[in-house]
Design a protein around this ligand. Structure first.
Ligand code: MSP
Length: 650
C-alpha cells in the first residue's frame, strides 16, 4: 500500500482582493503535492477558507452584505484563482461547512468538559487584522507586533484555554524535535519570544460580535476564530464526524506550510490544542518567508496589489508558477519586481528552456526529416557527461524537495537544461551535418531529445502545462513520462517531432515594463478613487450626533508661510498661527490650486485636534478646510471678517 502524505496550506481569510503573495504558499504546496504523487505517495492536499471572526464581519458590513453572502462571493473568487493556477488540492474546506461547524462545537465541549477550557474575563489588546490577542508588553510602539496596525483595548467575558498547562511540553517539543518546527530561525523566535518568557491562557471565545461558531452551552459566545480555523486540519478529515476514515488514514499531517507571521499559532497554539485532545502532533510545521514589494509583505490591506489573474493572462500560468517557485530563496523573503519577473521569463524560460526545445526540434526537422534518430556509434566524453548529469538529476531534485526547497530543485533542473545547451555548442551539429557525419549527428540529436525529456518529466510538479507541450513537440508519449522512465536512453527514437509555437515568447523588456508601470498607475488611481468614493458614501449615509460633531476642534488660523514639498507636486508645507504659543506645521494637498504667494496672510479654518501624521517625512499638525466644486476646484473656507487666530468655530 502506498505511503500517505498529508500536506496543508493555511486556510485563507476570504476578504479583499487576492494578490500574488496570496498564491505563494498554495503554489509551493501544490508543487510538493504533485512531486509526492509522482513518487507514488497517497497524497492528501488540503486548502480552504477561514470565514469567521471580527475581521470578516467588519468587511461584510463595509460591503453592505450579510457575512455568509459576503464570504460565498469571496470564496468563489479564490476557488477560481486556484483553478487558474492549476492547484491540485484534494479538498477545499470552508469553516462555514456544516461538518466543520459541528466538529468545532464538539471539540469545544470536550475541552470544556475535561477542564481544559474555563470561563473568565479577557482584558488586553486585540488586533482585528491578525485576529490576535496581545499583552501590553508585547505591543511594539503600542501597535500590533505582527502587522503594525492599531490594536483595540478589549475587555470582555471569555472562555480560556489552559495553554499554560502545556508550556513545558511545548518547550520540550520545540527544543528536542528539530524536525517539528522549521526553519531553525523560527524555533529560536518561538522559544525566545513566546515560550520561555511564559505563555498565558488563551481566550478562545468572543462575545462582542456574532459572526462565528456559537459555543453550544453558552451561545452568547462565539468560538475564537483561530481555534475554529486551526481545527480545520482535522475536521477536514472527518475528525469527530460519523466517518473519520480519512482522519484515521492521513493524520498526523506530514507538513503544515505557512507564512512566518502565523507560525506562532501553528507551533504553539495548535500543538497545545492537539495535546489537550490527545491527538498525535503534525510531523512538521514550516514557516516560509514573504514575497515582498519594496521591502514590505505584499498584502491586501497595504494596497500594494499585484494581480495574479492579470499576470497569468499576460505571461501564462506556468510563467507565474515558475516565478513564485524559483524567485524566493526558500525560508527567506524574496522581492517581487516587474524586472525580476520579466528576467526570469526571458532568461530561464524563453532562452534556456524554450530555445533548447525549439533548436533541437528544428535541427531534427532539418537533418532527419523530423524523426528522432537512433543513438548509434561510439559515445564521447560530452555524451557521457550529459548522460551523467541527466541520470543524477532525480536524486538531486528529490533531495531538494525533501527539504521542501523548490528553488533548489529548479536550479538542479536548470543545470541539465544548461548542460544540454552547452552540449549543442560543443558538438556543433551544423558542422557534423556539413561534414555528412550522420552517425555522430544521430547520437547528438537523440541525446538532446533525452535531456529534454528528462528535464520535462522533472518539471511536471512545477509547471503544469509546459511539460506536456514539450512532450508533444518532441513526439514523446505523454502518458509514459513519469519517474520510472527517468533513465537516459528510455526515450523512443523513430518518433516525429513537430515545430510548434515557442513555449515562452521572448518579451521586449523595455516595452513591457512601460506597459506594466502604466497599468500600475491605472490600478493606483482606481484604488484612490475608490477610497474617495467610499469616504463620500460614508459621509452621505452616516448621521452623526451633536456629540460626534463636538469632538472636532475647529479654530480660525492665519497662514504665515507656504512652500512646496520636495518631490510631491500636490503638497504644500504651511506654517499657521492658530493662536497658540508656537505656530503649527500643516501639510496640505492644495498645491495645484493656490500659489504660495496668494496663501500667505490668508485666514483659514483649521481642524486643530486631528491626530498628527507624517506626510513625506513632515509631521502635519492639522488640516485646513476647503470647499470643492463639481469640477474639483477648491476654495478656502475663511471667516468673513477679521477675527483673532485661535477663535473657536461652531
Ligand atoms: N486565516 C489565516 C490562517 C489560518 S490557518 C489555520 C491566515 N490567512 S491569510 O489569508 O492571511 O494568509 C494565508 C497564507 O497566505 C499564509 O500562509 C500567508 O503567510 C500567505 N501570504 C499572504 N501574503 C503573503 C506574501 N506576501 N508572501 C508570502 N505569503 C503570504 O493567515
Amino acid at each position: 500500500m502506498a505511503e500517505k502524505y498529508y500536506i496543508t496550506t493555511p486556510i485563507y481569510y476570504p476578504s479583499g482582493k487576492w494578490h500574488l503573495g496570496t498564491c505563494y504558499t498554495t503554489v509551493i504546496c501544490d508543487a510538493l503535492a504533485r512531486f509526492k504523487r509522482m513518487q507514488g505517495y497517497d497524497v492528501f492536499y488540503l486548502t480552504g477558507t477561514d470565514e469567521h471572526g471580527q475581521k470578516i464581519e467588519q468587511k461584510a458590513k463595509e460591503a453592505n452584505m450579510e457575512p455568509k453572502a459576503y464570504v460565498d462571493m469571496q470564496v468563489q473568487t479564490l476557488v477560481d484563482l486556484w483553478k487558474l493556477l492549476d492547484i491540485s488540492y484534494d479538498k477545499f474546506i470552508r469553516t462555514t461547512d456544516d461538518e466543520h461547524v459541528s466538529a468545532v462545537k464538539k471539540i469545544f465541549n470536550k475541552l470544556y468538559e475535561q477542564g481544559d477550557i474555563y470561563k473568565g474575563e479577557y482584558e488586553g489588546w486585540y488586533c482585528v487584522q491578525c485576529e490576535s490577542f496581545w499583552t501590553k508588553t508585547q505591543l511594539v510602539d503600542g501597535k500590533c507586533p505582527d502587522c503594525g496596525r492599531e490594536v483595540n483595548l478589549t475587555k470582555e467575558e471569555s472562555y480560556f484555554f489552559r495553554m499554560t498547562k502545556y508550556q513545558d511540553r511545548l518547550i520540550k517539543l520545540i527544543e528536542e524535535n528539530e524536525e517539528f518546527l522549521q526553519p531553525k530561525s523560527r524555533r529560536n523566535e518561538m522559544l525566545n519570544n513566546f515560550l520561555r518568557p511564559g505563555l498565558q491562557d488563551l481566550a478562545v471565545s468572543r462575545n462582542s460580535f456574532k459572526w462565528g461558531i456559537p459555543v453550544e452551552f453558552d451561545p452568547e459566545h462565539v468560538v475564537y476564530v483561530w481555534l475554529d480555523a486551526l481545527t480545520n486540519y482535522i475536521t477536514a478529515l472527518g475528525y469527530m464526524s460519523e466517518d473519520d476514515s480519512n482522519f484515521q488514514k492521513y493524520w498526523p499531517a506530514d507538513l503544515h506550510l505557512m507564512g512566518k507571521e502565523i507560525v506562532r499559532f501553528h507551533s504553539i497554539t495548535w500543538p497545545a490544542l492537539l495535546m489537550a485532545l490527545d491527538i498525535p502532533l503534525p510531523k512538521q510545521v514550516y514557516g516560509h518567508g514573504w514575497l515582498t514589494l519594496g521591502g514590505d509583505k505584499i498584502s491586501k490591506s497595504k494596497g500594494n496589489i499585484i494581480d495574479p489573474v492579470e499576470l497569468c493572462a499576460r505571461f501564462g500560468v506556468d510563467a507565474i508558477r515558475y516565478f513564485l517557485l524559483r524567485e524566493v530563496p526558500f525560508g527567506q523573503d524574496g522581492m517581487y519586481t516587474n524586472e525580476s519577473l520579466l528576467m526570469r521569463i526571458n532568461n530561464d524560460l524563453a532562452n534556456d528552456l524554450g530555445n533548447l526545445v525549439s533548436r533541437t526540434s528544428a535541427m531534427i526537422t532539418q537533418y532527419f526529416d523530423g524523426i528522432i534518430p537512433e543513438a548509434v556509434g561510439e559515445k564521447v566524453s560530452f555524451d557521457i557527461e550529459l548522460e551523467e548529469v541527466a541520470n543524477a538529476l532525480y536524486e538531486k531534485v528529490s533531495s531538494a524537495m525533501d527539504k521542501l526547497n523548490a528553488p533548489d530543485a529548479l536550479v538542479e533542473i536548470w543545470k541539465l537544461i544548461s548542460r544540454a545547451n552547452k552540449y549543442i555548442d560543443e558538438t556543433m551539429p551544423w558542422q557534423l551535418n556539413k561534414e555528412g557525419n550522420k552517425e555522430r549527428l544521430s547520437r547528438v540529436m537523440y541525446n538532446l531529445s533525452e535531456a529534454i525529456r528528462i528535464s520535462a518529466i522533472l518539471l511536471k510538479p512545477f509547471l503544469t502545462t509546459t511539460p506536456d507541450k514539450i512532450f508533444e513537440a518532441m513526439g514523446t508519449k505523454v502518458e509514459e513520462q513519469n519517474f520510472n522512465t527517468l533513465v537516459f536512453g528510455k526515450g523512443s527514437c523513430g518518433v516525429k517531432v513537430t515545430k510548434g509555437a515557442p513555449l515562452f515568447p521572448r518579451i521586449d523588456v523595455k516595452k513591457e515594463l512601460e506597459a506594466m508601470e502604466k497599468r500600475a498607475e491605472e490600478l493606483k488611481a482606481g484604488a484612490e478613487k475608490k477610497v474617495e468614493e467610499k469616504k463620500e458614501e460614508i459621509v452621505e449615509n452616516t448621521e452623526i450626533t451633536i456629540d460626534d460633531f463636538a469632538k472636532v476642534k475647529l479654530v480660525t488660523a492665519k497662514i504665515l508661510s507656504a512652500e512646496p514639498v520636495e518631490k510631491a507636486d500636490k503638497l504644500l508645507r504651511l506654517t499657521v498661527d492658530a493662536g497658540e504659543e508656537k505656530p503649527r506645521t500643516v501639510v496640505s494637498g492644495i498645491a495645484k490650486h493656490f500659489t504660495c504667494e496668494e496663501l500667505v496672510g490668508k485666514q483659514i479654518v483649521l481642524v486643530a485636534n486631528l491626530k498628527p501624521a507624517k506626510l513625506r517625512g513632515i509631521m502635519s499638525e492639522g488640516m485646513i478646510l476647503c470647499a470643492e466644486d463639481k469640477e474639483g476646484k477648491l476654495s478656502i473656507i475663511a471667516p468673513s471678517s477679521d477675527i483673532p487666530a485661535g477663535s473657536g468655530v461652531r
